[in-house]
Design a protein around this ligand. Sequence first.
Ligand code: MRU
Length: 351
Amino acid sequence: MENKSKVQTLIWDGQKLKLIDQRKLPFIKEYVICDSYKKVAAAIKDMVVRGAPAIGVTAAYGAAIAGIQYNGNSKDDFNLFFEKAISLLASSRPTAVNLFWALNRMKKVFAENKNNEIEFIKKKLIEEAQLIEAEDIEINKKIGENGIKALKDFKDKIKILTHCNAGALATAGYGTALGVIRSLASINKIKHVVVDETRPYLQGARLTAWELEQEKIPFFIITDNMAAYMMSKGEVDAVIVGADRIASNGDSANKIGTLNLSILASYYKLPFFVAAPLSTIDVNIKDGDEIPIEERDGKEVREIMGVKIISDDMIVRNPSFDVSPAKNITAIITEKDVIYPPFKKNLIKII
Ligand code: MRU
């Protein structure tokens, strides 16, 4: 089996960023072209692109595009223009820390080169965004290898449940949680993947299932409320999810509904793994209570793929993420190693 994703989440052509429109998948495969940092910020906000690492890589290209867009010759003006772009990009979505991590890398490159010519700074910004993209793919492959290590005690083929999309579409390629599944499939260790539909945005049904189908990895889709039933019937051996932000004590934010799964896994005594790059760990925050949770437009709950299912006068809520407490997490699979509890001690050691 080919150990390589066939899905191209983003394409950089040297001047512009092409993003596969994840709002339209799986039936329409269309790219959105971003030739300004404002378009990049809008694409992140509107979820053309989503998934923590993919948001980070996209934002880095947004900062590089801001550099390309500046056509003056004053260094001070260039600095102001760049800062404005960074703040807009940073305001696009609040939860995935990878966004801020990537923008900080871009700001650092700008600062380190501030005494050079404007054209040189622009070149360095593009190079850094390309590096962030290339590194992300390599990191995901290492997470995949470490995932095999984390699940080595399973002697037979494994039944894995995953939530949302932590695949090639959520990263520059390969994926984190889905990367682990890809790696396990490459050594013929997957019995099947149980794909949570992931309401309201349906990242599981629309995106994860689409990726698994392309990879010919066996799977079936369930609505989110079927997970307990599947676990009770022995259809799940382990849960593997991605993360948008991991606090220094191991509390992990991921797509809404992940908390339910972590509680269920603990009830049924199933291992619950979080697969994420080190850039998802936010050492500046103590625990999950400090993770900002995005509350999105109620329209996503009122509608399913543009079809209204609830009348406008009814109140809805739409928190986009929840936090699984560290005590429910068996291990965090990173590119460096598999981290086990106590996370408070072990996460700091690895960073
Ligand atoms: O709202 P989204 O689709 O950006 O949320 C994505 C998730 O919650 C993913 O599981 C997470 O970013 C990990 S992606 C490798």
